[in-house]
Ligand binder design. Structure first.
Ligand code: CO
Length: 214
C-alpha cells in the first residue's frame, strides 16, 4: 500500500469548500462566527459509525465525543470537559450515547485476551458484563450475548450521565438536556432507541447532589 492515498482527503476538502461556497458565499464566515449545536453525541470511535453522516447532520449541529465503546467514565476528564462545556455553555437540548452492534471494544471486553494498557479501559465493559451476567448467560450464543452487551452498555452509560452534577444542575435549572441511549446497526444502517431519561428520572438518592443556584 502506497503512502500517497492521504492526498485524496485534501483534494476532497478542496471540492467540499467549493461546493459550500457555491451554495452560500458566506458559509464559512457564518461557521466562524460561532456554534449553537442542539445535540451532544457520545459514540464509538469505530470508523463505520460517523455521527454526522448517519444522522444527516451538518457542521454546527452535533457536539461530538467519541471513544472506544462509547464510554461515560466518571474520571475521564476528556469526556467530562466535553459534557460540561456542551451542557453549561452551549446549552444543548439532548445528549445521545450511541453504541453499535459488532463493537470491537465490546468484543475485546468479552474475550479473556490480555490487551495490556487497554485492559484498563475495557474493564468498564467487563464490569458491565458482570452486572448483567445472568441475562447474558441465558442467551443462546456469543453473537446474541455481544449484541445484548452492546445494548446494556449504552443504557449504563446514559445512567452514568444522570449521575453527574453537570446533568443534574442543568436538569434542575432548565429541565434539559434529555439523555438518550441509541444503538446503531452496521448491517442495516438503522438507529434504534434503547432508553430515554428526562429531568424527572433522577438517579438513586446516593447519586443525587444538593445543588445551589449558579
Ligand atoms: Co465500537
Amino acid at each position: 500500500m502506497g503512502t500517497r492515498g492521504y492526498r485524496r482527503l485534501l483534494e476532497a476538502n478542496e471540492r467540499w469548500v467549493a461546493e459550500r461556497l457555491a451554495e452560500r458565499p458566506d458559509y464559512f464566515a457564518r461557521m466562524a462566527a460561532g456554534q449553537d449545536p442542539e445535540f451532544v453525541w457520545i459514540g464509538c470511535s469505530d470508523s463505520r459509525v460517523p455521527a454526522e453522516t448517519l444522522t444527516g447532520c451538518a457542521p454546527g449541529e452535533l457536539f461530538v465525543h467519541r471513544n472506544v465503546a462509547n464510554q461515560v467514565v466518571h474520571t475521564d476528564l476528556n469526556m467530562l470537559t466535553v459534557l460540561y462545556y456542551a451542557v453549561q455553555q452551549l446549552r444543548v437540548r439532548h445528549v445521545i450515547v450511541c453504541g453499535h452492534y459488532g463493537c470491537g471494544g465490546v468484543a475485546a471486553a468479552m474475550s479473556r485476551r490480555d490487551f495490556g494498557l487497554i485492559n484498563r479501559w475495557l474493564q468498564n465493559i467487563k464490569d458491565c458484563a458482570e452486572r448483567h451476567q445472568d441475562e447474558l448467560a441465558a442467551l443462546p450464543d456469543e453473537a446474541a450475548r455481544s449484541r445484548r452487551l452492546v445494548e446494556v452498555n449504552v443504557v449504563e452509560q446514559v445512567d452514568h450521565l444522570a449521575k453527574t452534577s453537570v446533568i443534574q444542575r442543568a436538569w434542575k435549572a432548565e429541565e434539559r438536556p434529555w439523555l438518550h441511549g441509541w444503538v446503531y446497526d452496521l448491517a442495516t444502517g438503522r438507529l434504534q432507541e434503547l432508553v430515554r431519561r428526562t429531568p424527572e428520572d433522577l438517579p438513586h438518592p446516593v447519586h443525587r447532589y444538593d445543588l445551589d443556584e449558579g
